[in-house]
Design a protein around this ligand. Structure first.
Ligand code: BO1
Ligand code: ZN
Length: 249
């Protein structure tokens, strides 16, 4: 009795992120629509050092900056973006592409404001959150990134904030908006399985000097012995039965 059930017992963490994306196994889905970014530069608010990274926060009390279409049903409201990086330029991204890591990865975080009233509520549902991932590859100094990095000495330690307004996030995106998509989780605590991941296939550039500025941020508060955010990327998690879909053949 019950033996026939033993090979599909419930698994509490089967939709975790990040993952390795095996590009040849990703399935082209012609029903996937192009992404529709509609960001208002006036919703940019401030930069916060949260200890494990820095968040660039946006006003998210109304649908002024939203992401729609793509794999999504309805519109998702922009709330923040942040980066993941590594202790050297050899690694740092969370998602891997065919086993390869990029030096950093941008995450643009949105929540389903049609169905839920806050990020915290949305994060408890599988259709609650949409994160756009953009890889950073080594190259020339990125001038748009530079406008953010210029402010990092004002949020050197954990808990510090500084105003950051009038920022057009669409300027940070690559030209080609083709993507891979799959269902997964937040990559930090509380690791909720609430995320429609949308990983852009084209990377943007970052210079080695700019990555060095990320590593100068401190995970400690002003009154503590300084310790630095040298790396903040989670290792890849099992894909299990999930299928990664591609917006292009
Ligand atoms: S990520 O994009 O999967 N790396 C990710 C991981 C954790 C969060 C967001 C994105 N955390 C949440 C916090 C909330 C906060 C929200 C928006 O970010 O748990 O407290 O409101 O900033
Ligand atoms: Zn992230």
């Amino acid at each position: 009795m019950g033996l026939h059930n033993s090979h599909h017992k419930p698994c509490p963490t089967h939709l975790q992120s990040p993952i390795n994306i095996h590009t040849r196994t990703a399935k082209y889905d012609p029903s996937l629509k192009p992404l529709k970014f509609s960001y208002d530069p006036k919703t940019a608010k401030r930069i916060v050092n949260v200890g494990h990274c820095f968040n660039v926060e946006f006003e998210d009390t109304c649908d002024r900056s939203v992401l729609g279409e793509g794999p999504l049903t309805g519109y998702y409201r922009l709330c923040q973006f942040h980066f993941h990086w590594g202790s050297s330029d050899k690694d740092g991204s969370e998602h891997n592409i065919d086993g390869k890591l990029y030096p950093a990865e941008l995450h643009i975080v949105h929540w389903n404001s049609k169905k839920y009233t806050s990020f915290e509520e949305a994060a408890q549902h599988s259709d609650g959150v949409a994160v756009v991932g953009v890889f950073l590859k080594l190259g020339d100094t990125n001038p748009v990134l530079e406008s953010i990095i210029q402010n990092l000495d004002r949020v050197k330690t954990k808990g510090k904030t500084c105003p950051f307004t009038e920022f057009d996030l669409t300027d940070l995106l690559p030209k080609d908006l083709n993507y891979w998509t799959y269902m997964g989780s937040l990559t930090t605590k509380p690791y909720f399985e609430c995320v429609t991941w949308i990983i852009l296939q084209e990377a943007i550039t970052v210079s080695s000097e700019q990555l060095e500025q990320f590593r100068r941020l401190q995970c400690t508060s002003e009154n503590e012995n300084p310790s630095f955010i040298l790396e903040n990327h989670r290792p890849v998690q099992p894909l299990d039965h999930r299928v990664v879909r591609s917006s292009c053949p």
